[in-house]
Design a protein around this ligand. Structure first.
Ligand SMILES: Cc1cc2nc3c(=O)[nH]c(=O)nc-3n(C[C@H](O)[C@H](O)[C@H](O)COP(=O)(O)OP(=O)(O)OC[C@H]3O[C@@H](n4cnc5c(N)ncnc54)[C@H](O)[C@@H]3O)c2cc1C
Length: 492
């Protein structure tokens, strides 16, 4: 089939009935549930972009194997040009959603592409696993599917490993093998956008210990698989709030969910890894599923930071406070943050490495540096927005106020900004800012930036340890050699 349209994506959603729970109720119709409606439209818009002549050449290509047009997210990059092609898809999808939707379809499509293109690693443990991930890649590529993923165990007792938890199946694990497949039981989190996706892929971060064999798993399933239960967090908006009053929160809420597997059958051809602690611990480093998706996340993070920076700059300008040195200093800092991330992304592409199988991997160090910096830079951008907007963030009237002719004169007079900025423009701008820096929606997208790909503290520690292993401290060593106590003191 190749690239889907938005209508085809929605049609597929309507044809399924996954077990989704929201605020104590089983959702009857995903498409008609207000909290999912706008995000579904946003995702459909991305699918439609693939058919739009304005974007098509930039974000899709013809698949060598099938002759069908497919997303660049499914391209196995072999060169700098291929990395650029992938970046264009990431960038256009991120721009269309202002970087606020982290798990657009390109993200997991890149994960599966990378797992499949490096599946020789799995072949060594079990040739069936490698074969399965390669055919799964073709399945999602040729049907242009949208995936969620659940890679974290529920947050119960983090001081204990999976097999040491109070119940053997609190964390998702294999119960038994059957002729048809594996029976799995337990929970995984945090499946962002799960209710509106086609399928879920389950795998894990490294960290398995001996005894954790049954939890060392990787597989994929359609979301409406019997026994798979999706428990959503509380919705942040009910679909009743005005899209004018909450321009971002009303459109871009990505629902997060815990997935509970109640003795779910995973057919053997959907099992990519099982009962092998060593393979599970090596899955990330050996299949490039940290680096390739980090390219997508870096591009998306850049767009989100740029958007927050621009909103902060515009609110400062709209009320004339960017005339002050302190405000210029704060905004200059944000612009420099954006430029730093932009530069790091470019370096990761220029300095890509080519693996033994010929795959172009964006460079590790700059991508990990982005991963370390964004959890600080994005919250800082939000803090600057709060400081600059100050009380003005809390004075915005509503859409309904603007609609009432009795209030109109007061609104136009008392809510206007500096000369040339109308009340409506100023209020509109502050509403964008409030969604980002005040609403629960804004807090969630901030929390996302901290944690979406693991704990930034442990990730930075891993980065340092890798750096220590792979690099000598040659300048420091050289200085110690030259400035030795025993060396002669030279004078000019
Ligand atoms: C908005 C959002 C969306 C997400 N979307 C997804 C998704 O789509 N799919 C998915 O699979 N996951 C998703 N995640 C989950 C994300 O991967 C995790 O939040 C992240 O890996 C951190 O794990 P945790 O939340 O369990 O925190 P924990 O690991 O429980 O950490 C809690 C705190 O304890 C500290 N800590 C815990 N263990 C240790 C340790 N061993 N050593 C040192 N310090 C420790 C941490 O530093 C942290 O401060 C999402 C998270 C968020 C916030």
């Amino acid at each position: 089939m190749g690239i889907r349209t938005g209508a085809q994506y929605i049609e597929a959603l309507k044809s399924r009935n996954p077990e989704v729970w929201l605020s104590g109720k089983k959702v009857k119709n995903i498409f008609e549930e207000p909290v999912f409606y706008q995000p579904i439209l946003q995702i459909a818009k991305l699918y439609d972009m693939q058919h739009d002549s304005k974007y098509q050449e930039d974000i899709t290509h013809i698949c060598e194997e099938t002759g069908e047009r497919i997303s660049n997210a499914f391209l196995v990059p072999k060169s700098y040009q291929d990395l650029q092609a992938r970046r264009r898809t990431f960038e256009e999808f991120a721009k269309a959603t202002f970087g606020l939707m982290g798990r657009t379809p390109d993200f997991l499509n890149v994960v599966v592409t990378s797992m499949a293109s490096n599946s020789e690693f799995l072949d060594k443990y079990n040739p069936e696993w490698g074969k399965n991930i390669r055919s799964y890649y073709k399945h999602i590529r040729d049907n242009d599917l949208f995936l969620t993923h659940a890679i974290i165990n529920p947050q119960n007792d983090r001081s204990k490993s999976s097999h040491e938890q109070q119940d053997m199946f609190t964390h998702l694990g294999a119960v038994k093998e059957t002729p048809d497949g594996l029976i799995v039981r337990g929970a995984k989190m945090l499946a962002t956008l799960a209710p509106i996706t086609d399928e879920v892929i389950v795998y894990s971060f490294p960290g398995f210990k001996p005894g954790d064999e049954r939890y060392a798993l990787a597989f994929a399933l359609p979301l409406d698989t019997p026994g798979l239960r999706v428990i959503c967090r509380e919705a942040m908006q009910d679909g009743q709030r005005s899209v004018y009053d909450h321009p971002l929160a009303s459109r871009f809420e990505e629902m997060d969910a815990v997935l509970v597997f109640n003795d779910v059958l995973v057919p053997w051809d959907r099992v990519f890894l099982y009962n092998n602690v060593e393979a599970a611990n090596l899955l990330y480093p050996k299949t490039g599923i940290a680096q390739q998706p980090a390219h997508q996340s870096g591009v998306r993070g850049l767009i989100k930071l740029q958007f927050a920076t621009e909103v902060a700059c515009k609110i400062a300008d709209s009320i004339g406070v960017d005339a002050y040195l302190n405000v210029q200093n704060d905004l200059g800092e944000l612009v420099q943050s954006v430029e730093s991330i932009r530069a790091l992304l470019r370096i990761s592409e220029y300095e890509h490495e080519v693996t033994a199988t010929g795959e172009a991997m964006p460079a590790y160090a700059p991508l990990e540096t982005i991963r370390g910096l964004l959890p600080k830079m994005y919250p800082r951008a939000i803090e600057v927005m709060q400081i600059i907007g100050a009380g003005g963030l809390l004075m915005s009237p509503t859409d309904a106020d603007f609609e009432n002719p009795e209030l109109r004169e007061d609104l136009e007079k008392y809510y206007l900004g500096r000369e040339g900025v109308s009340a409506e423009e100023r209020v509109h701008l502050f509403k964008l800012a409030w969604d980002l820096c005040g609403e629960a929606f804004g807090q969630r997208v901030l929390q996302y930036e901290r944690y979406y790909t693991g704990d930034p503290i442990r990730k930075r520690a891993i980065f340092y340890n890798n750096h220590k292993k792979q690099n000598s401290f040659e300048l420091a060593d050289e200085a110690m050699k030259i400035f030795n106590r025993k060396n002669e003191v030279t004078s000019l």
